[in-house]
Write a protein that binds this ligand. Structure first.
Ligand SMILES: Nc1ncnc2c1ncn2[C@@H]1O[C@H](COP(=O)(O)OP(=O)(O)OP(=O)(O)O)[C@@H](O)[C@H]1O
Ligand SMILES: [Mg+2]
Ligand SMILES: [Zn+2]
Length: 326
């Protein structure tokens, strides 16, 4: 896996910002407690002296060291308990005077157990994803703007449902998927004719999942594949393929609309196979049916696609209906 060094720098900067923000919040709270609750502040201050005492103990290291250390620890625990109880009694959260942090694992230092903390790589991945999304002509959409009134509620499909029923269940599925998004989870294959809302629903999922703090890339397969190709043959700088493989959620729109080429079909296999092995979800939308997909990408790719949740889109072209109403 490789990411551009500027995204590492961005992550360093973000952690520095977090550190400053945490310090600012803590000192504001300390000042507040000092004026409003001087008794509580005294306990907090006393606790703050403990680390200094610990250092002197270690430096002295006399024969009483073990006993003094145990005493210091007991005292520390007692103070900690008194502090949190007094805070709660005064109507504050028990940890009000603890240093706040975004990542509990590393306390926003970016290092946990001697290694780079996961939160650091999360920031790198998000920055790299945003960089790719910035050049995408697609923009995020919303479940709230998705109307079922465009879909036929009279004509019954061979399976005995109306288009509106099928689309209502697709909408529910996508809403749930976005709401309960977690890793690892399954990908989605959205299939259907043009203008039925595949892109709209996948970009609504993207928008929710980004709000949850995950890294998401959305782009059309023709655009993303072309970018990978240019970079692969050294015509452009970048490592889009690595970012596509690493991002938490990848939305690959309009698969099958790209120019047919060995390179693209290998790229699709590479992306789907690698992401599945890493249990990272991909949402694919396509106008192709399964036979067309097999003809284009082969059985090995399609058999992997078939393990995704399959959503069939039905109805008449909403794009046209909306254009007609304008
Ligand atoms: N149910 C809906 N309610 C409101 N707007 C919709 C709905 N379905 C689609 N649209 C709008 O219609 C246009 C076409 O929809 P969309 O791009 O999602 O179709 P698609 O299935 O991705 O089509 P294609 O296969 O051509 O890519 C978009 O502007 C989209 O926002
Ligand atoms: Mg589309
Ligand atoms: Zn962390």
């Amino acid at each position: 896996m490789s990411f551009d060094s500027r995204f590492f720098q961005l992550a360093e900067d973000e952690l520095e910002q977090r550190k400053l923000r945490n310090e600012r919040i803590l000192s504001q709270r300390e000042r507040e407690i000092e004026t409003k609750q001087p008794e509580i502040y005294k306990i907090h201050h006393e606790l703050g002296l403990t680390s200094g005492r610990l250092i002197s103990l270690i430096l002295e290291h006399d024969e009483d060291f073990e006993r003094k250390l145990a005493e210091l620890e007991t005292n520390n625990e007692l103070l900690q308990k008194r502090l949190s109880e007094s805070l709660v009694r005064a109507g504050y959260p028990a940890d009000y005077l603890d240093k706040p942090c975004v990542c509990r694992k590393c306390g926003d230092t970016g290092v946990s157990e001697g290694r780079r903390c996961e939160c650091f790589m999360e920031i790198v991945k998000k920055a790299a994803a945003e960089d790719i999304n910035r050049t995408s002509p697609m923009s995020l959409s919303d479940f709230a703007d998705f109307s079922l009134s465009y879909y036929d509620d009279k004509q019954v499909t061979p399976a005995g449902c109306t288009a509106r029923e099928v689309m209502s269940s697709n909408l529910d599925f996508c809403r749930n998927y976005a709401e309960n998004f977690h890793l690892p989870c399954n990908g989605i294959l959205m299939r259907g004719a043009t203008g039925l809302g595949k892109t709209h629903l996948s970009l609504s999922i993207a928008s929710e999942v980004i709000k949850k703090g995950y890294s998401v890339i959305y782009g059309s397969a023709p655009d993303l594949f072309r970018k990978c190709e240019q970079e692969h043959f050294g015509r452009e700088e970048g490592n889009t393929i690595d970012v596509l493989l690493e991002t938490d959620l990848l939305i690959l729109d309009d698969v099958g609309a790209e120019f047919e080429s060995k390179f693209y079909s290998a790229a699709l296999y590479n992306i789907i196979n690698n992401r599945m092995n890493a249990a990272k979800p991909t949402i694919i939308s396509t106008n192709c049916d399964l036979n067309e997909l097999v003809a284009r990408y082969g059985n090995r790719t399609v058999s992997r696609m078939k393990t995704m949740d399959d959503l069939i889109f039905l109805g008449s072209d909403v794009r046209l209906m909306r254009a007609g109403n304008r």
